[in-house]
Design a protein around this ligand. Sequence first.
Ligand SMILES: Nc1ncnc2c1ncn2[C@@H]1O[C@H](COP(=O)(O)OP(=O)(O)OP(=O)(O)O)[C@@H](O)[C@H]1O
Length: 259
Amino acid sequence: MQPTDLLLEVQDITVSFDGFKAIQNLSLKVEKGSLRVLIGPNGAGKSTLLDTIIGKVRPASGDVRYLGQSITRLPEYRVANLGICRKFQAPGVLDGLSVRENLLVACKRSKGVFASFKRGASASEAGRVEELLSLTGLHEKAEMLASLLAHGEKQWLEIGMVVASDPHLLLLDEPTAGMTAQETAKTAELIRSLVGRHTVLVIDHDMAFVELLDAPITVLHQGQVFREGDLQTLRSDADVMEIYLGRPREEGGKPHAQA
Ligand SMILES: Nc1ncnc2c1ncn2[C@@H]1O[C@H](COP(=O)(O)OP(=O)(O)OP(=O)(O)O)[C@@H](O)[C@H]1O
């Protein structure tokens, strides 16, 4: 990877909570316009890593660099202003507004406080809302109240709202939690369509979803990078099977089951 291709570089960070090291000497490089998946057992440090990237948690040591600049000591709002955006598990849509209105609010918010006070949509905002409706596959539900959307649709709307701010780096924490298999497949498609224009880092436990994302995977364990590779390679790695699925190896080192 050329240094100019690098968007995010986590350099040797350690994060402690009252002496407990949730992350230990962790390093990670993420290329511009790429998709990366983070997996690992409960408590591996995945959420803490995202918290550290967005400036919510300060590492005891190490550095988080974005486009070559250290962002480790920046407050959360300054990190967000650089185009690093995190979507949490719970959807944050405004239930009393339609899908279209939610997307419009998100477009206005991204332009700052003054744009938010202007009623109605400018031509460019209306165009952007149309693009986001297409991206999220919610065109047919554009006038529906967000409260009436199915769980998966709400998640897509929220992804659309996050994308409205045109983030460079999008951090998604378990975007398919609670989704049906069909919704999960559509979410994978949506996320894949973001790659290139955006860089996306996804945490998820659902291996069917991870498979559909078809992207390089970083496995975290006990606050450290345990392995990096594609799903096929990781599935045939007995140590990954053991830590990730909590399954002991069979005699001869073969895992009991595939993820
Ligand atoms: N604010 C905190 N105070 C104390 N310990 C914390 C705090 N946040 C996280 N931890 C601990 O740090 C470790 C890593 O937690 P983290 O939530 O990052 O793991 P995770 O990989 O995201 O797990 P999960 O998949 O269950 O969400 C865990 O042992 C957790 O209990």
